[in-house]
Design a protein around this ligand. Structure first.
Ligand SMILES: [Zn+2]
Length: 105
């Protein structure tokens, strides 16, 4: 399912605040929905350079609201928790569906 109006932003041009996690999907704290990594809604007339937003048309979550869906692992195999001290994939155990809300637990 494609999100209307969303565009793919190449990694080097993408505003990302969560580090080097490799994830097929990203998740928005604002609307609690997931989407394919790298897709954003662009609002070019915004008065800052933070013009990359959550790709869902009805959400105004910005780049700082976007986190990787999958957890990351340290080299020793232990789980690196996300900024909220929780891990989304551990809760749901599978890849997300587009449009479904996945609240933090
Ligand atoms: Zn959102």
């Amino acid at each position: 399912m494609e999100l209307e109006g969303a565009v793919f932003i190449p990694k080097k041009e993408r505003h990302v605040f969560y580090g080097e996690v490799q994830s097929e999907f990203e998740w928005c704290l604002h609307c609690e929905r997931a989407f394919k990594t790298g897709f954003r809604k662009i609002i070019p007339d915004h008065n800052t350079d933070a013009n990359q937003y959550c790709p869902y048309p009805t959400c105004d979550g910005s780049a700082i609201d976007i986190f990787p869906w999958e957890i990351d692992y340290y080299e020793d195999g232990s789980i690196q928790e996300n900024a909220f001290g929780t891990t989304l994939v551990r809760t749901y155990g599978e890849l997300p569906e587009i449009g479904v809300r996945y609240p933090l637990t």
